[in-house]
Each structure stands twice: as C-alpha cells, then as structure tokens.
Design a protein around this ligand. Structure first.
Ligand SMILES: NC(=O)c1ccc[n+]([C@@H]2O[C@H](COP(=O)([O-])OP(=O)(O)OC[C@H]3O[C@@H](n4cnc5c(N)ncnc54)[C@H](OP(=O)(O)O)[C@@H]3O)[C@@H](O)[C@H]2O)c1
Length: 310
C-alpha cells in the first residue's frame, strides 16, 4: 500500500482505538483531531489530503450527544451531514475511498428481528436523522464508499456506557437500567479491526462499496449490558450493587429512542471476513483493563518521590 490511512475525529473513542491498532500493526495511519482538521471546514480538510496523500479516508468524527442534539440541530447538521458531504466530495475529486461510520439510530426500532442493510430507515430523533441524511449524501457524491452502521460503542477510553457503569458501581448501591431497548454492544477494538479489514479489501478490490452493518456479536438490553459489567467488576472490587430493570418510558430523555437496535452483521462477515467476538468476552477484557489502569494510576500517585541526596 502506498500512502497512509487518514482518520478524521481521531480523538474520539473509535478514532483513537483505530490509530492505536493500526500503529501497533505497522499500518501507516494519520489521526487528525478536530483541532487538526475540522471536517466542516473544506479548506482545512483539503489541505490535510494534500499534505498526507492518503489511500483511504476514515470518518469517525461526529456530533454524538443524542439528547443535546435535540437542542442543537444546526451543530448536528454541520458535523454529521455537512462534514461528511465535504469529505465525500473531496474523496470523489481525488478518487480516494471513504469509510464512514453510521449507526443503528437510522432505524425506528419497530422491527421484531435484527435489522439488515436493506431495511428502510426511519430515524426518530435529530441525531438519527442527521446520520441517515449523511448516508444518502455520501451515496450520491461518492461511488467508492463503505458506510458502516454500528451500535452501543464502548471501550477502555472516552465517554461510554461501560465506563459510566463502572463509576456508578463504585459509588452507588443500586443502578437503574433500561431493559426494553435492545442493541449489540460493540467494543472499539472490534470496530477498529473491522475498519482495517475494510481497508485491506479496498486496497485489493476497487469495486467494493456499499452499506454494511458491523456490531458486537450478540444482542442485549442496557440492563443486560450493565449487569454483565457489574458482575465482572465485582471480581476485582468486591462491590455488588443491585442492578434494577426499568422501562425506557421510565427514563425521560429529550430524544425519542428506537426500542430494537439489533444489527445483523452477517453481510459484513461474508464480504470482509471479520466478525466481532461475543460481547461478554470483550466486556471481561475491557473491565479488567480499565480497573488495572485505574489501580496503576493510584499506585503511581501514592509512590513517594525517591530521595537520592546523600
Ligand atoms: N458512541 C456510540 O455508541 C455509537 C453508536 C453507533 C454509531 N456511532 C458512530 O460512530 C462514530 C464514532 O463514534 P464515537 O463514539 O467514537 O464518537 P466520540 O467518542 O464522541 O468521538 C467523536 C469525535 O468527533 C470529533 N468531532 C466532532 N465534530 C467534529 C468536526 N466538526 N470535525 C472534526 N472532528 C469532530 C469530536 O471532537 P472533540 O473531541 O473535539 O469533541 C470527537 O473526538 C460516529 O460516527 C458515531 O455517530 C457511535
């Protein structure tokens, strides 16, 4: 391969994991944060392509606060629709393929089984609408695209559900979690592996393009997800707060949410040859990693400075 992968939104949880995984594998990659390249600024984005001459672009940048999005639709449209449109038109100009991340919230959640790529979109909130509109825009502007819809992202870094639950479990005796919204928890390391699988395929097959679902293997509710996290952390902390199941209707939010967010990832596996490991395995690994990191930091803070003076 000649030239690096260029990643927009590299300070986010997926961007950061992707840059770290590719670097560990010796795959050339350039990660750009919002400060390096704001995707809503065409001049800056064009300059980034000129400087780095990438063979493929990955857009992990997005406005991702689902409830706040209801109050800030202009900011959402700028980051989630205008930004991707700018990337797609520059990629079309330079004949560079674009891998763009989208989400389960493009659907209305009324389906009784897992969503497949050909299901009709019907977003229920501002965030979901912006993601669905961006998908349509990318398809219109750029034939060489891979749109990856994913779900419930979590990892060892950044703002995510697993880290929130660990914090709550350390502070509270009871956690109330929604049991009737279902999705597929997806670890950042799995989505990073999936993106690298797409890059490999794109480098040997110029015709690959389209929309694909890629999510963690297995589906559960926020209640099921939280229960697993609490169980795993108890091994290290001994803390056993109770997890209480509630309904989505008992958890008032500004944005309406789809009940069924389960994604069927079988087309992705067929085309790109990668499937995520079962989500419970990743939860076990990531809980252990987060707790080990926190313990290391505490130990470092408690170590007295070495006195070397005679
Ligand atoms: N999180 C989920 O559960 C989930 C589920 C399904 C799909 N997705 C999709 O997966 C993708 C990655 O999500 P994530 O969880 O990694 O998001 P994240 O942690 O919130 O990171 C998003 C990053 O995008 C950056 N950004 C926002 N606007 C930008 C702009 N105009 N120009 C450049 N960078 C900008 C943010 O910068 P700052 O750090 O400066 O704010 C942030 O670092 C997104 O497309 C998201 O919609 C997420």
């Amino acid at each position: 391969m000649n030239g690096p992968i260029i990643v927009f939104g590299a300070r986010g949880q997926v961007g950061r994991e992707l840059v770290s995984l590719a670097t560990a594998r010796g795959v050339p990659i350039v990660g750009l944060s919002r400060l390096d390249a704001d995707i809503t600024n065409e001049t800056t984005v064009r300059a980034a392509f000129d400087v780095h001459r990438p063979i493929v672009a990955v857009n992990t940048a997005a406005y991702t606060s689902i409830d706040r999005a209801e109050r800030e639709p202009e900011l959402v449209t700028a980051a989630n629709l205008m930004g991707p449109a700018i990337l797609a038109s520059i990629c079309a100009n330079l004949n560079v393929p674009l891998i763009h991340l989208s989400c389960d919230y493009v659907f209305n959640g009324a389906k009784k089984t897992a969503y497949v790529e050909s299901d009709k979109v019907g977003p229920l909130n501002v965030y979901g609408r912006s993601k669905a509109d961006a998908e349509a825009k990318i398809r219109e502007l750029l034939p060489r695209h891979v749109i990856l819809r994913t779900s419930m992202i979590y990892g060892a870094h950044g703002r995510n559900f697993l880290r929130n639950v660990l914090k709550l479990a350390s502070e509270r005796e009871e956690l109330r979690m929604v049991g009737d919204q279902i999705g597929c928890p997806t670890a950042t390391v799995d989505i990073a592996e999936a993106i690298l699988a797409v890059v490999r395929k794109l480098s040997t097959d110029a015709k690959t393009s389209g929309t694909f679902h890629f999510a963690g293997t297995g589906a559960t509710s926020w209640f099921g997800f939280a229960s697993e996290i609490v169980q795993r952390q108890a091994i290290f902390t001994g803390r056993t707060p109770k997890v209480v199941e509630i309904k989505l209707s008992e958890y008032p939010t500004s944005a309406s949410r789809p009940l069924n967010c389960e994604l069927d990832s079988s087309k992705f596996k067929q085309v790109f040859g990668y499937a995520a490991v079962p989500w419970q395995h990743r939860v076990a690994e990531i809980v252990a990693a987060v707790i080990a990191n926190a313990n290391r930091k505490t130990a470092q803070a408690a170590t007295p400075a070495t006195i070397t003076a005679k």
